[in-house]
Design a protein around this ligand. Sequence first.
Ligand SMILES: [Zn+2]
Length: 379
Amino acid sequence: MRLLLFFSLLIGTFSSNAQESNFIIKKVTVFDGEQVLEDMDVVVREGKIDAVLKSKKKNEKGLEVVEGKGKFLMPGLMNAHVHAWAPDQTKEAALAGVLTVFDMMGNPFSMQMNKNAAEKAQHASYFSAGFGATVPGGHGTQFGLEVPTIKSDEDIIPFVQARVDENVDYLKILYEPLMEALTPQQVNALIQEAHRQELLAVTHISFLENALEVAEFGGDGLVHSWFDKVASDEQIDQLAESGIWIVPTALVIKLYLPLTRKNFDVDVIDEEGLLENIRKMYQADILLLAGTDPPNAQINYGTDLYKELYLFRDAGLTPIDILKTATSNVAKAFQLDDRGLIQPGLRADLLLIDGNPLERIEDVEKIERIWKAGELVED
Ligand SMILES: [Zn+2]
């Protein structure tokens, strides 16, 4: 009897703790991933957004109240291009409000480790390509890790199958003629094989010519913009018409421009050209995604994503469209229907900001509270 009482007390304690993760954010300005809604109440229950309503005076019973007046609520940020090997990296991301990251080349071991860590609130959700498709001596083989390569056309189907067996989330293709490289035919075959296996195919490129080829092959995304020239309007239209989305990775390209100019005998644009390409993509309605490619150029997994947003501002994106590049656009591109928006039924990946990034994009630095699937993210 006493034991039973003890247990019921214990259960009582647990259930009241669980209650606390149900909350209402009152009178907050909401950017829901698409538009701005003023003076809203957002209810979160069991890790999901339960309701988004015009603010009411009376309090909902059994909900912890978070005062949102004068504050700004937006979906958790996403970084569409990282290389994360250790859980402290996805933790650095989450603590900066970057609640979902997309790894663009790792290995099955680090992939599993990061996916396991992602079950905890302090670590970003993690999606991964696993090994990228490249050739012996090609880009991706120079980092001292043993990686599988494509030695002949016959290797393409087994390569994609091996990634499927490793449970990757999409296929990454490295198309980099600055080193040994896949042929255009092989890039095309990889894209078709990925699609046959119902995987998105995303491609690393450096040159405009290659970007146009990948678009023509039906590639889903480019995980860099090119850095050799400013595209003509016709070329941008070709990209736009293909429906390909682009992660410009402006920050890492900007930081590497001087080095690239010094080390390679190829055309290299300057920062103005880089921004002009992004401006043209934007004006042609190409879906743009924020990604920074850490740890390249010593870029971190967290706050450095904000710098990518500032470069988008410099390229002429409106504040709302800048925020979309790190939220709803990423979900759309990777076909994730559980995040990227503040809508009933979706994950409660939320950032409460003591400012308004639509008035001043640098206000993303004023994140006050972060929830991942309704759980508070704290160090
Ligand atoms: Zn990368």
